[in-house]
Design a protein around this ligand. Structure first.
Ligand code: SAH
Length: 253
């Protein structure tokens, strides 16, 4: 049987946000182990630990045992260089979109460089727009338009399967290459700090109203996200913001 170097599969994390039914957590753990994945992150699960999760996990209890429970999505994706959010339906502001196959290929092409997260939403409401806007790409499983919402663990299964298919292709040496770049891409936590710094500066400039920054910040996030900023570029942009804030501070004196 084919196994990837443990370290590469270990760089993929499956993140479940605010899951209601522990059975789905167990089902997701099983789906992951079947496809060679092991790193499960649970963001504020409603009911966990739970017997139902253990029961549904069957022989993947080790994945549950290793699951990391955190309070916020930010904590779950902080060190990731690539974050993909899943969505059962189209959203108002479209985001760069991947098919499940492209998602597997993209992840596998970037795994050497950094950690990758695939984020799944709540059974009843999916991911919030705010959560989706923290992702580099969105992925939609092209299901029956008359009923496109899969069970959570089933959705994990589909994307984990595509991850495995991409691994098997990569193993044959036929994987698409991630362009060589002189700097690593900015990580999620650094990007989040940049967006906060940007919003704060734009408010100080009087360009953004503090009480209604929403759509503009979303569009700015999308703009920066399209370029996949690297660490050096991000640090230059932070410097520009700091210089702008200093200028505002001195001109007000
Ligand atoms: N009623 C919710 C559906 C949530 S289904 C909504 O309208 O958003 C629970 C989770 O399973 C979703 O958040 C997503 O992570 C995953 N999922 C279900 N169907 C999917 C699909 N067709 N494509 C991608 N992810 C899907």
């Amino acid at each position: 049987m084919s196994t990837a170097p443990a370290s590469l599969f270990d760089k993929i994390r499956i993140v479940l946000v605010n899951t209601s039914h522990p059975g789905n957590i167990g089902g997701a753990a099983r789906a992951m182990k079947n496809m060679g994945l092991s790193r499960l992150y649970l963001v504020a699960p409603k009911e966990y630990p739970a017997d139902k999760a253990v029961w549904r996990a069957a022989s993947a209890v080790d994945v549950l045992d290793g699951a990391v429970v955190v309070e916020t999505l930010d904590e779950a994706i902080a060190e990731c260089g690539l974050v993909v959010g899943t969505s059962a339906r189209e959203r108002r502001i479209p985001w760069p979109l991947l098919t499940p196959r492209e998602c597997g290929e993209r992840c596998w092409a970037e795994l050497e460089q950094h950690e990758v997260a695939i984020v799944f939403g709540r059974e009843d409401r999916g991911l919030t727009n705010e959560e989706l806007h923290k992702c580099n790409y969105h992925v939609h499983i092209p299901a029956n338009p008359a009923y496109s919402s899969l069970n959570l663990a089933a959705a994990v299964q589909v994307l984990a399967y595509e991850m495995r298919m991409a691994f098997l292709t990569a193993e044959k040496g036929a994987a698409p290459h991630f362009d060589d770049w002189d700097m690593p891409p900015a990580k999620q936590q650094a990007l989040e700090m940049y967006y906060q710094h940007l919003q704060q500066t734009l408010e100080e400039l009087g360009f953004l109203e503090a009480d209604n920054p929403r759509q503009t910040m979303t569009r700015l996030r999308r703009l920066y996200n399209r370029t996949r900023l690297d660490e050096m570029e991000l640090s230059i942009l932070r410097g520009v913001l700091t210089a702008t804030q200093n200028y505002i501070f001195h001109s007000k004196k």
